[in-house]
Design a protein around this ligand. Structure first.
Ligand SMILES: *Cc1c(COP(=O)(O)O)cnc(C)c1O
Length: 427
């Protein structure tokens, strides 16, 4: 029954570690499957409540007026994520695009945004105008200030004092319109992901110290990891990518924005044009994939979580520093593994690529990727280009040489690929 690794010709010490792990991991997997089961029923109930039907798979072209499938999809997102309204569009090409539409849609010249989770994810740097490169249409070019503090450690310690002290500095700042929080760790070894409980603790302090400000969450990689979502504990607006968790591996493209109705309307005015907003937007044949992907998302997020837990346990067993640990609470589907050398990072990524269903014969090399300042190496032998709910690994080719592994639609596949990556790293 447990002979799967014989097909991989693994070195005996790795096969032995895996046999040991497979005794200890099932109780962590049981916890993950419990959450997936709850979320699966929640999604099923929403599909029933909104009477999803075959007609919703029909498509529109051109302006896309009155697209029933689009409206159904958006109502499902609003219901499942706890918002008044949602915008779910294949025209949003990425999470960065969705987040950018929220920032440009909601903010006006002279406004300020305060990130509480440190600097934002790499691809947002050019959106906000960090390390500005002249006139690019960034927030900075519109005199919108994006500044940051880092309250993640006190949030994790449930220590309100230092957070209040930081927020007090901004209390009288009438230009401050938005508190911005990134749930996932991104490409960072220093910060862990925030769980929904962490977010709830933080939002209560923000509401008290900075009343009237918009609480925005970059929800990328967090969807369906827990039973609740950020809007259900006090966020006002969230955004994310459909080629990550909520697309369930099937969405061919897209992003989402969910939250308070007036805020979603403002973001929609930026996605299309002011005055057009959410009423335009053809689905171009994507509705079936978006709906089926959403239905499958809880299960695939569970597979992805089991995959990264396996990686954490195996690489920790092999002596590498990892974050989070296999048994730690998770707020996203990302696993950081500190490989400490560029050679090991390349070997890891090449092995993941070589053990992927698509482009297994291709050798990933470090290069420049739009939106990232540092050279990155990416392993993504995926059916949807760049999809990171599918098994994928990325690493900035820079100190401290950590690799970020995420996704895995099929645990049995991820486990084999991760075992092969471990063998490659040790070789
Ligand atoms: C992936 C990601 C984004 C957006 O990235 P895209 O590649 O544009 O979808 C933003 N924030 C975080 C934390 C992410 O993980």
């Amino acid at each position: 029954m447990n002979d799967w690794h014989k097909y991989l010709a693994l070195p005996p010490e790795i096969a032995a570690y895996i046999s040991t792990l497979e005794q200890s991991l099932p109780h962590i997997y049981g916890h993950i499957e419990g959450i997936a089961s709850q979320n699966q029923v929640r999604v099923l109930n929403a599909f029933q409540e909104l009477k999803v039907s075959e007609d919703d798979f029909n498509s529109t072209t051109g302006y896309g007026y009155h697209d029933a499938g689009r409206e159904k999809t958006e109502n499902l997102y609003a219901l499942l994520f706890g918002g008044e309204k949602a915008l779910v569009r294949p025209q949003l090409v990425s999470g960065t695009h969705a987040i950018s539409c929220c920032l440009f849609g909601l903010l006006r010249p002279g406004d300020r945004v305060l990130s509480l989770s440190g600097p934002p994810y790499d691809t947002l740097h050019q959106v906000i105008g960090y390390k500005g490169k002249g006139d690019t249409g960034s927030l900075q070019d519109y005199q919108i200030d994006f500044t940051w503090e880092d309250v993640i450690n006190p949030v994790k310690d449930r220590d309100a004092g230092p957070i209040k002290a930081i927020l007090e500095k901004y209390q009288d700042d009438t230009s401050l319109k938005m508190a911005y929080i990134q749930r996932s760790r991104g490409y960072s070894l220093e910060r862990p992901s925030l769980t929904v409980k962490d977010l709830e603790f933080l939002f209560q302090i923000v509401e008290e110290a900075l009343p009237g400000r918009i609480i925005f969450v970059d929800n990328c990689y967090g969807e369906f990891v827990e039973e609740k979502e950020p809007l259900q504990v006090g966020a006002h607006l969230i955004a994310g990518s459909l080629i990550k968790n909520p697309g369930g591996g099937l969405a061919p493209s897209g992003g989402y924005v969910v939250g308070r109705g007036d805020l979603v309307d403002l973001a929609a005015g930026r996605v299309t044009a002011p005055g057009l907003g959410a009423s335009l937007g053809p689905t171009l044949g994507t509705s079936r994939s978006l709906l089926q992907g959403l239905f499958l998302a809880p299960h695939f997020v569970g597979e992805a979580l089991k995959s990264v837990v396996f990686a954490a346990a195996l690489f920790s067993e092999l002596g590498f520093a990892i974050s989070p640990k296999s048994y730690e609470e998770r707020g996203d589907i990302v696993q950081a593994i500190l490989l400490k050398s560029p050679e090991r990072v390349e070997k890891f990524c090449r092995a993941i690529q070589a053990n992927s269903p698509v482009d297994s014969h291709v050798t990933p090399v470090p290069g420049h990727v739009p939106g990232y300042e540092r050279k990155v190496i990416m392993a993504a032998g995926t059916f949807v280009q760049g999809s990171s709910l599918e098994l994928s690994a990325d690493a900035p080719l820079a100190q401290p040489y950590a690799v970020y592994l995420q996704g895995g639609l099929v645990y049995a596949h991820s486990r084999a690929a991760i075992a092969a990556a471990a063998a490659a790293v040790l070789r």
